[in-house]
Write a protein that binds this ligand. Structure first.
Ligand SMILES: Cc1cc2nc3c(=O)[nH]c(=O)nc-3n(C[C@H](O)[C@H](O)[C@H](O)COP(=O)(O)OP(=O)(O)OC[C@H]3O[C@@H](n4cnc5c(N)ncnc54)[C@H](O)[C@@H]3O)c2cc1C
Length: 409
C-alpha cells in the first residue's frame, strides 16, 4: 500500500491521517513545530456548520466600516499589501445573495457529514464533545428582531427572551436583549481533540516527525517524489499539504492559493461555576465567542488582516474585554492563558482542496478559515477518498462541489 506524507499536523492534516489510517495506509505527519499551539489548538471549538451566515455576506462591508469608524470593529487591517487589496476585492465581490445561498447549501451538506463523524469519533476518544447547540446572544434590539422573524416555523432555531438567556448564560446582564439558539450545532475542546487525536494516531502506527519544516518538494515527471527540510529528505507516494495559513509550500508548486492569514485571539480562564454559561455562546454584535469547557471557559475574538506577528499586545485582549464588559456582570477571571493564531481565510469562506493540477500525487488541503474545526472530518474524508479511490479532481463530486479550486471567486 502506498506511503503518504502529511505536511502540517493541524486539525486538517490529522483528520486526513485519521481517515487514511482507518483504510490501512502508512502515514507520516511532518510538522515544523511540536503540534501544541497552532490555530487548531487555540480556537473556540465550535462545530457550527448550520444556520450561521458566512463571513462574506451582504451588508458586511457597510456594517464593518460603521464599526471601524466608531473604533469598535473586530476586523482590523494592519497593512495594505497588493495581496490584501486583491483579497478584500474578492471578499466584497462574493458578499452577494447568490454566493451566500450556495455557501449555505454546501455548509448544510458537509455539515451533516462532519457532525456524523464527530458523533462517531466521540465514542472512540475523548474531546469534550457536546452536540447541544449554540446560542447567538444579541445586544442590539433591531438585529435581534430581524433574526427572530427568520425563526418562525424553523425547528432548528429557537428564540430565547432575556429570562431564558439569563438562565442559560448566567453571566449576562439585562443589556442582552435575547438569543437565537441554533440547536443543531455543537462544541468541543480543540486542545483535547488535538492531543487525543495525536495519541490515537500514534497508537495506530502513524509516524510523527516534529520540529521539521518542509521547505520544498522534489519532482520527477508529473509527480512529487521527495519532501525535504534543511537537513533531511523524505520519500513518499502521495503528499498532502495542510500547512494552514502558511501556504508557501503549496505556492511553490505554482498554485496561487487565494487565502490570507486572519489573526485571532483567545483567552482561556477559570470562572465562578454559577456564572459559567451552560451552552456555547456567540455574542453576535460583538463578534465574540464565549465557550464553556470542562474546567474553564474560552473567549475568542478579532479578525486582523495584514498582521503576521505571533506576538500580541495586551491592549488587544483588553479591547476584547472592553467590548464584552457592558453586557456581563462582574466576575473574576482566574489563571488566564492568552493565545493568538491565524485562520487560513479565503475570500468566499470556501476551502481550497484537491489534487495539484501539475503534480497529481500532491493534495492540497487548506483554507478552512473560521471553520477548520467544523469541517475537518469532512475534508479528511474527501482527501482520503481521493487517494483510496485514486480519483482525479474531475471524478470527485466533493472536490467539484466544495473546493475553491472549482467554486472559486
Ligand atoms: C480565534 C480563532 C477562533 C476560531 N474558532 C473556530 C471555531 O470555533 N470553529 C471552527 O471550526 N474553526 C475555528 N477557527 C478556525 C480554525 O482554528 C482553523 O480553521 C483550523 O485550525 C485550521 O487548521 P489547519 O490544520 O488548516 O491549520 P493549523 O492548525 O494552522 O495547522 C497547520 C500546521 O502546519 C504546520 N506547518 C506549516 N508550514 C509547515 C511546513 N512548511 N512544514 C511543516 N509543517 C508546517 C504548522 O506548524 C501547523 O502545525 C478559529 C480560529 C481562530 C484563530
Amino acid at each position: 500500500m502506498s506511503k503518504i506524507i502529511v505536511v502540517g499536523g493541524g486539525i486538517i492534516g490529522l483528520m486526513s491521517a485519521y481517515m487514511l489510517t482507518k483504510k490501512g495506509y502508512q502515514v507520516t505527519v511532518i510538522d515544523k513545530g511540536d503540534i501544541s499551539d497552532s490555530a487548531s489548538f487555540g480556537n473556540a471549538g465550535l462545530v457550527s456548520p448550520f444556520d450561521e451566515l458566512p463571513l462574506s455576506r451582504p451588508g458586511i462591508i457597510a456594517g464593518t466600516l460603521k464599526l471601524m469608524l466608531k473604533g469598535k470593529s473586530p476586523l482590523m487591517i494592519d497593512s495594505l499589501s497588493t495581496k490584501i487589496i486583491k483579497w478584500l476585492y474578492l471578499f466584497a465581490k462574493n458578499a452577494n445573495p447568490q454566493r451566500v445561498k450556495r455557501t449555505l447549501a454546501l455548509f448544510e451538506k458537509y455539515g451533516e457529514i462532519t457532525m456524523q463523524h464527530y458523533i462517531e469519533m466521540a465514542k472512540e476518544f475523548e474531546f469534550d464533545f457536546h452536540h447541544s447547540g449554540v446560542a447567538m446572544a444579541y445586544t442590539n434590539e433591531e438585529s435581534f428582531e430581524k433574526e427572530t422573524v427568520l425563526c418562525k416555523n424553523n425547528p432548528h432555531r429557537e428564540v430565547w427572551n432575556y429570562e431564558k438567556t439569563k438562565d442559560m448564560i448566567p453571566c449576562v446582564n439585562e443589556k442582552v436583549v435575547g438569543s437565537i439558539f441554533l440547536n443543531r450545532n455543537a462544541h468541543l475542546d480543540p486542545e483535547l481533540l488535538m492531543k487525543n487525536l495525536v495519541k490515537l494516531l500514534k497508537e495506530k502506527g502513524v509516524e510523527f516527525i516534529l520540529n521539521t519544516e518542509i521547505i520544498n518538494l522534489e519532482y520527477k515527471d508529473n509527480k512529487a517524489v521527495k519532501a525535504y527540510s534543511k537537513n533531511e529528505e523524505f520519500e513518499a507516494d502521495n503528499f498532502i499539504i495542510s500547512t494552514g495559513s502558511n501556504v508557501s509550500l503549496s505556492r511553490k508548486t505554482g498554485l496561487d492559493m487565494m487565502l490570507t492569514p486572519a489573526k485571532g485571539y483567545s483567552m482561556t480562564f477559570k470562572m465562578d461555576k454559577d456564572l459559567k454559561p451552560k451552552t456555547a455562546v456567540l455574542f453576535i454584535d460583538q463578534f465574540l465567542g464565549f465557550i464553556p469547557r470542562k474546567e474553564s471557559v474560552r473567549i475568542t475574538s478579532k479578525l486582523e488582516l495584514g498582521n503576521y506577528d505571533y506576538n500580541y499586545k495586551m491592549e488587544r485582549f483588553e479591547s476584547i474585554l472592553n467590548t464584552l464588559r457592558p453586557y456581563i456582570v462582574d466576575f473574576e477571571m482566574k489563571e488566564i492563558r492568552y493565545w493568538t493564531g491565524f485562520r487560513p481565510l479565503t475570500p468566499n469562506d470556501i476551502p481550497l482542496f484537491g489534487r495539484d493540477e501539475k503534480y497529481n500525487n500532491i493534495i492540497h488541503a487548506n483554507g478552512m478559515g473560521w471553520l477548520g474545526i467544523t469541517f475537518a472530518p469532512a475534508i479528511g474524508d474527501i482527501v482520503c477518498d481521493l487517494i483510496d479511490k485514486n480519483l482525479e479532481n474531475k471524478k470527485s463530486d466533493d472536490v467539484l462541489l466544495f473546493s475553491g479550486f472549482y467554486q472559486g471567486c
